[in-house]
Design a protein around this ligand. Sequence first.
Ligand SMILES: [Zn+2]
Ligand SMILES: [Zn+2]
Length: 322
Amino acid sequence: MKALLYQGDKKLSLTQIPEPEGEFIVRVKACTICGTDLKTYLHGHPNFKPPCILGHEFIGSVEKAPAGCGYFKGDCVVVAPYGECNKCENCLHGSKELCNNKRRISSGAFCELVSIPEDFIEDGVIKLASADEVFTLTEPLACVLTAMEKMNLSENSNVLIAGGGPMGVLFALSLSARNISVTLSEPIKDRREMAENLGLKTISPEDAKAKDYDNIVVAVNVPELAELYINEIADGGTVHLFAGLPAQTKLSIDASSIHYRGVTIVGSSGFHLSAFHEAYEIISNNKEHFRRLITHRFGIDEAIKAFETLAAGLAFKVCIMP
Ligand SMILES: [Zn+2]
Ligand SMILES: [Zn+2]
C-alpha cells in the first residue's frame, strides 16, 4: 500500500509498504493534519521516531471485518487512534487519557490501510452514514472535551482562549455551545476573522487583560504566555496548559499567585474514549458548522504540499485523502 513515511525533520516520502495484517482493516478516506503532526514534521517529536507514519484524525471504510462484529465491508467509520485499557492504575484513578497500556491502531493514518485490534472494535470505532470528512475532527474535539473536564467552569465563567489555531477555535466553540462566555485571543488578523465568522468573540493578545478572566486556556506553545496568565489571572482562577511545551521547559511564576490568590494550574493532553463518543455526537448535530474548519484538501500524492501549506500558515485544517 501507499504510505506517507515521516523520515526526519522536513522529510516525508511516499513509499510502498506491506499492508497491515489483522481481522479488522479500515481503508483511510480522509485524515487531517494535527498540530502534533506538523510539529513532528518540522522539528521532530519524542513520541514519533522516524521512520513512521503520522496522522491520527481520520475516517475510512471497512475493508475487512470479522463475522458477527456488526461491521461489513464498505461501512463508513470514524476510528479513535487509541483507547484506554480500563485496567491500569491511571485508568482506575479516572485519568483514562493517561492510560499506561493504551490499545492502538496499527500505524498512523497517512496511508491507505490501518488495522484495528479486535478488542477495540466495540468502543474505538463508530459507524458513519457516509465517509464524511467532517468526522476527522472527532479526535481533536475529544481532546478539547477531555481538557474541559479539568477546568473550573461555572455559568458565570468568563474564559480566555489564547491561540486561535484549530484547537483554540474548537475549544472556544465548545465553550460557547455550553453558553459560557469566551473570548479567543489571536495575533493574526485572518485567523481572528475566521473565528469571528464562526460566531466567536476575538481579541488581539495585547488587548487581553488576564485579570478579567477566571479560566484561561493556553492553546499556543509560548511559555511566557503561561507565566503571564498564571501571574495575572483573576483571583481563584484556573490556567489550563493545553498546548504542549517541550520537556524540561521551566516556568517562572509568582508563588503568591498559588497561595494568596488561589490560582490553579491544570493541563491535559489526549483524550479518553467517552469524550471521543461525545465529540462524535456534537459534530453529528452540527456538521455544517464544523465543516468550515477544514479549509484545504489534498490527495496523498500531494501530501508534502499539504504539510508545506499548513507550515506556511496558509491553512486552518488540512485534509489528506489517500
Ligand atoms: Zn490530533
Ligand atoms: Zn489504562
